[in-house]
Design a protein around this ligand. Structure first.
Ligand code: ADP
Ligand code: MG
Length: 257
């Protein structure tokens, strides 16, 4: 989908990041749009996860990280002193590579965040949020009879959908996913991909994937990173068929990476 038909959600400008002395991101500029999936691709170690963590300020908690540049959510600087990173992460949720449910019940995994953010006025409210989140994550039917059983007892793919339910329970506007399928089998992967497709109807999504096939299947826009730089970003179909930069061409045709 051409960018001009989509609504700008987050904008990163001249983002530079250092781990101690080592610079990991160099002047990254990227716009991500509402109601669409942007895929970040590139060889291992090129800075995809690092950049993703800039979008919800997860790098703040890593010792020795220094960030320069400007990142906006709906035009607001997310690094401004008045922004509370915990509140920000309710608006910009994250799902990780390895499913990481809390060692608690399925219900509690999803209820935790809405409760601490004060989203439910009553027990009924909270139950409604949990059920709705599990439904949106395509997991409810499979777990409705065992909501009090541990989340860690589910299969890998179910655990990842539980983590997605947990992430969307606070109604984020942006959902970040860092290689969410890399620990899953092809069937579980297909379910998550279908889910991404459904969730993008109401969310801005940014996913990191090492699979170019996955980027091609699920994203509308693709950004190619190489050695900490964003080389090129465009409509996904163009990136895979007719990229502008030689490095993108080499990567998408499998010449390196
Ligand atoms: P990708 O997700 O594309 O594989 P990363 O963002 O994880 O790449 O890493 C980019 C670079 O930053 C790599 O050189 C990596 O070694 C380095 N890096 C990532 N995380 C840390 C960290 N916590 N401390 C120091 N260096 C890191
Ligand atoms: Mg990574």
């Amino acid at each position: 989908m051409p960018a001009e038909q989509l609504e700008l959600k987050m904008a990163a400008r001249n983002v530079n990041l250092w781990y101690g002395e080592k610079q990991a991101l160099f002047d990254v500029n990227l716009d991500v749009f509402d109601r669409s999936v942007t895929a970040l691709i590139g060889p291992s170690g090129c800075g995809k996860s690092t950049f993703l963590r800039c979008l919800d300020r997860m790098n703040d908690v890593i010792e020795g990280v220094r960030i320069k540049g400007d990142i906006r959510l709906d035009g607001e600087d997310i690094y401004a002193p008045r922004v509370d990173p915990v509140q920000l992460r309710a608006r910009v949720g994250m799902v990780f590579q390895k499913p990481n449910p809390f060692p608690k019940s399925i219900f509690e995994n999803v209820a935790y965040a809405p409760r601490i953010h004060g989203l439910a006025r009553s027990k009924t409210d909270l139950e409604e949020i949990v059920v709705k989140s599990l439904q949106r994550a395509g997991l409810y039917e499979e777990v409705k009879d065992r909501l009090n059983e541990p989340g860690t007892g589910l299969s890998g793919g179910q655990q990842q959908r539980l983590c997605i339910a947990r992430a969307i329970s606070v109604n984020p506007e942006v959902l970040l996913m860092d290689e969410p399928c890399s620990a899953l089998d092809p069937i579980a992967t297909a379910r998550i991909e279908t889910l991404m497709d459904e969730l993008k109807e109401s969310l801005c999504m940014v996913i990191v994937t090492h699979s170019m096939q996955q980027a091609a299947r699920v994203s509308q826009r693709t950004a190619f990173f190489h050695l900490g730089k964003l080389v090129e970003v465009d409509e996904t179909s163009k990136m895979f068929t007719n990229p502008t930069d030689q490095r993108t061409q080499d990567y998408v045709t499998g010449r390196f990476g």
